[in-house]
Design a protein around this ligand. Structure first.
Ligand code: ARG
Length: 643
């Protein structure tokens, strides 16, 4: 970026440090009033650097905090150097001034040049703004996510895996990787045998065709109850799965039907969530390769057979216990199937990395899996045959209390429908509440220069809102038609769920709260969608055309600059969020961006203004919308034009 470059060039001349090194050191000031770029001057001091290393080694204190808090010699010298550099640094066509604050040297950009630069960038890149397609070019990542179990509840862990996995996939797409999305269905194993036995007793093909997932679940619940006090059922289930593993076509055809119908229903849910899988390669597909993998494990001397005949693998020297790989009747277990699946996928996709998006409750399972694979890998082959290190468990915390109209969540469809219905109720039933939600949100929490917050109660400039009718009931259907209203409610409902989840560190446990997803003073998805819809409506009503060559000289207001500055941060935010696959980094950013948008909307009217004023404003808002839309897309959400 030309601004960082020009800072580095001049500082290099002054200090003698190499430019490339200086560019790396440039950060964003914590407080935006301090400027747009800054550099921690103590990093330029020889003894400052040495001190850092020493401190890091002895105790885990952060040098930065130490220096800043400290009053010692180093701190004084850093402050002095900072002042000195500030005096020497000359204003340039890109940097207007510098301010030394403690050991930090802060840089203020030339505002018109900066705005011009940012808007050009966004306009030039459009939906590619914030992507880095060359980053992962030629590399393949496999993402294993969602992976529900046929006939078992689609619990909150699956929901989280679904939306987080989609994000992990999308951010890799944005970084130019080839992505393979695998839905590793739980379509095999003991529980499956039980289901089949249940279906033969209680199932109905008619009901199965109508509502597969629900019917299979009902059958499963019934038969599991029965199995508790009838050991015969359990035996039958074991026999069934044994016949399946032996390839008995008479039992496999029923299994295939269950599987196909379930996938069909899941697909329509995933479509609502903008998710497409490359493959529904469930646990069942590991079957053909099991004997071969067993031989491999035997050659490597990893298997042992216990007195009771059960096949295990001894990982106790790695503190991972002695997991079982086969049952007494020789049928496979989850762990063995995962070993096989990993090997299959390596052969099939030759991935550079593979991610398993599964709750932390399975951490132990993945540690065992990765260890076993590592132990089987010989160091032969193209990549040394050692690819276990390319696997990563992307874990997450627990979500408690995802409930639906029917009680505790069991089906994905129910969760999505509940969200949609809640949105429809609010949108169509109660205009005041709806407007309260969309007019508030984080934009109202204004951060003052001293860091304190206050709630800004002034309302949006209504002329720049999408909704301006005065009825107390919003007739969404009348406005947009039934189909569009339905679509809007569905998208907003899903956005509410996803953003509610993505506002926190993925490892954190939390309790799901429907109220908070649409809370009037919260950071939520409704608010982000509304910000996007509002910008779309402004474009529609602007009265001028989008002009990329608009003269930006009239964009003098601080709100315009602040908004352009927020927009400029987006690409860095994407990279930051990529580091540890943390969607909250994007979400927090989108809230800040929306806040700047709403401040700018209050001052920078577009409609009815002279073209030389309206055009640059429109271009700025257009760029803000594209950035917000790119962010929503990255999170897996469809940005709304209307709501
Ligand atoms: N079906 C499993 C469950 O519901 C999740 C599968 C995760 N992926 C994997 N390769 N083990 O717990």
């Amino acid at each position: 970026m030309q601004f960082k470059q020009s800072i580095a060039t001049q500082l290099s001349t002054i200090t003698g440090h190499p430019e490339t090194q200086l560019i790396e050191m440039i950060e964003r000031p914590k407080n935006k009033d301090y400027g747009q770029f800054s550099i921690a001057v103590y990093k330029l001091m020889k003894n400052g650097m040495r001190k850092k290393r020493k401190l890091d080694e002895t105790k885990s204190v952060n040098l930065e905090e130490n220096l800043i808090a400290g009053e010692g010699k180093e701190r004084k010298a850093a402050d002095e150097l900072c002042k000195e550099l500030a005096e020497k640094f000359q204003s340039s066509p890109t940097i207007s001034s510098t301010t030394p604050i403690g050991p930090y040297l802060n840089f203020h950009v030339q505002r018109p040049v900066f705005i011009q630069h940012v808007l050009n960038e966004v306009f030039g890149q459009k939906n590619l703004y914030g992507t880095f397609k060359s980053h992962g070019q030629g590399r393949t990542v496999v993402i294993d996510f969602s992976s529900p179990n046929i006939a078992k509840p689609f619990h909150s862990g699956h929901l989280k895996s679904t939306i987080l996995g989609n994000f992990v996939k999308r951010i890799h797409d944005a970084l130019g990787y080839k992505t393979v999305a695998i839905n590793y269905l739980g379509d095999w194993g003991k529980q499956y045998g039980l289901l089949a036995v249940g279906f033969n007793k209680y199932g109905s093909h008619d009901e199965l065709d109508q509502d597969s997932i629900k019917h299979l679940y009902d059958v499963y619940v019934k038969i599991s109850q029965e199995a508790k006090h009838n050991p015969v059922i359990d035996q039958e289930a074991n026999n069934y799965i044994k016949r399946m593993e032996d390839g008995d076509e008479s039992v496999l055809s029923l299994w295939r039907k269950f599987r196909d119908l379930s996938i069909k229903e899941y697909k329509s849910m995933y479509k609502r969530l903008n998710i497409e899988f490359t493959s529904y390669s469930g646990e069942s597909e590991t079957q053909p390769l099991i004997p071969q993998v067993e031989r491999l494990l035997t050659t490597k001397n990893l298997l042992s057979t216990q007195d009771d005949g059960i096949c295990t693998i001894d990982l106790s020297e790695y503190n991972l216990g002695t997991p079982q790989l086969k049952r007494i009747d020789e049928t496979s277990v989850y762990l063995l199937r995962d070993i096989v699946a990993a090997i299959q996928r390596k052969q099939l996709y030759n991935f550079d990395r593979m991610f398993y998006i599964v709750g932390m409750s399975q951490q132990n399972h993945f540690q065992r899996l990765f260890k076993i694979l590592e132990l089987t890998q010989s160091g032969e082959g193209e990549d040394g045959g050692k690819w276990a290190e390319k696997l990563e468990h992307v874990g997450f915390g627990m979500i408690r209390g995802v409930s639906t109209r029917h009680g505790t969540a069991v089906f994905l469809k129910d969760i999505l429908d509940t969200a949609k219905q809640r949105m429809l109720d609010i949108m169509m039933g109660n205009k005041e509440k709806y407007q309260d939600i969309i007019n508030s949100g984080p934009s109202r929490q204004v951060q003052k220069a001293d860091g304190s917050q206050f709630i800004d109660n002034s309302s949006f400039d209504d002329d720049q809102t999408a909704l301006s009718d005065e009825n107390s009931q919003i007739d969404l259907i009348g406005l947009y038609g039934k189909e569009a209203a339905d679509r809007i409610a569905d998208i907003v409902g899903i956005s509410a769920i996803v953003i509610h989840d993505f506002t926190r560190d993925r490892y954190k446990d939390y309790t799901f709260d429907w109220k908070k997803t649409v809370d009037a003073h919260g950071h939520n998805g409704v608010y982000l969608q509304y910000a996007h819809a509002r910008l779309s409506s402004i474009e529609e009503k602007a009265g001028v055309k989008l002009n990329p060559r608009a003269d930006l000289e009239t964009l003098q207001e601080s709100e315009a600059f602040d908004l352009a500055y927020q927009i400029s941060l987006y690409p860095e935010i994407v990279l930051q969020s990529y580091k540890d696959f943390q969607p909250y980094v994007i979400v927090n950013y989108l809230f800040n961006l929306s806040q700047s948008i709403s401040h700018a909307l209050r001052t920078l009217r577009v409609k009815g203004m002279d073209p030389e004023v309206a055009e640059p404003r429109l271009l700025l808002f257009w760029c803000a919308r594209v950035t917000l839309g790119n962010g929503l897309n990255l999170l897996g959400l469809t940005p709304l034009e209307k709501m």
